[in-house]
Write a protein that binds this ligand. Structure first.
Ligand code: FE2
Length: 213
C-alpha cells in the first residue's frame, strides 16, 4: 500500500518515525503496509512470519491469539522452513496450544505488536473486518534472518546449526545465506518455484462465489 498510495506512504513513515523516537535504538527499514478486508467469522490459521510486524484494527473486532516462538509451538526446523520458503507459513497447530496463548481482542483504533516470529492466529467476530498490517526490518532482524536461513541450508545438508550464532561463524552464515538467496531469486524469476499458487477464481455463478481453477 505504501508504494501505491501517497496517504499510506505518509502514514507508514509517520508510524515508524514516531516509534523510533519513543523507542531509543529502534531503527527500521524495508517498511511494508498492507490492508486486510475480511468476512464475518473469517479466520487466519496458525502461522509465523519473518519480519517484525503489527496489526492495526480499523473496522470490526477480531481475536488475536499469540503463542511463544519456541518448542513445541514453533520448532527450529519449522522456523527454518518458513525462512527458506520450503514450508508454507502455516504450521502444525494443536488445540491445547490455546491454554498457553495470549488472547487479545482488537477494536477499531487499537493495534497489537508481538515478539519476532511468534506464531499467531486470528478469528474475526461476526462482522466485516478492515485491518492494516505493517512490517519492518531492523539490523537485528536481518542478521537473525540470515542466520536462521543459513541454518536451514546447513540442516538440509546434514549439518546442525545454532539459532544464536556469534562472531565469525555468524558472518560466514550471512554470506552463505546471501549467496543462496541470489540463486533462489533467479529460480523464482525463471519460474522454477511457485509458492502458494492460486487455486480458485471468483465466480458469481458458483454457490460460494468461488470455483476451483
Ligand atoms: Fe501473520
Amino acid at each position: 500500500m505504501q508504494e501505491w498510495d501517497e496517504g499510506f506512504r505518509q502514514i507508514t513513515s509517520k508510524i515508524f518515525d514516531e516509534l523510533e523516537v519513543k523507542v531509543p535504538g529502534f531503527e527500521t527499514f524495508k517498511h511494508k503496509t498492507g490492508m486486510l478486508i475480511s468476512s464475518p467469522g473469517a479466520q487466519v490459521y496458525y502461522h509465523a512470519d519473518v519480519p517484525g510486524q503489527s496489526l492495526w484494527q480499523v473496522k470490526g473486532h477480531k481475536d488475536v491469539y499469540i503463542y511463544e516462538n519456541s518448542d513445541p509451538f514453533l520448532s527450529g526446523e519449522q522456523l527454518e522452513g518458513i525462512f527458506l520458503g520450503t514450508t508454507e507459513e502455516e504450521i502444525r497447530f494443536e488445540p491445547w496450544y490455546d491454554e498457553f496463548a495470549t488472547k487479545v481482542t482488537l477494536s477499531p483504533g487499537e493495534m497489537a505488536h508481538w515478539p519476532l516470529n511468534n506464531p499467531h492466529r486470528v478469528e474475526n467476530h461476526d462482522e466485516v473486518n478492515i485491518s492494516v498490517t505493517t512490517e519492518h526490518f531492523t539490523k537485528e532482524i536481518r542478521d537473525f534472518y540470515a542466520i536462521v536461513y543459513a541454518n536451514g541450508l546447513l540442516r538440509a545438508a546434514g549439518i546442525s546449526g545454532s539459532r544464536h550464532s556469534l562472531g565469525a561463524m555468524k558472518y560466514a552464515k550471512m554470506a552463505l545465506a546471501a549467496a543462496h538467496k541470489m540463486i533462489y531469486k533467479k529460480m523464482v524469476r525463471s519460474g522454477a518455484t511457485a509458492k502458494s499458487p492460486r487455486s480458485f477464481k471468483l465466480d458469481m455463478a458458483a454457490p460460494d462465489f468461488m470455483s476451483d481453477l
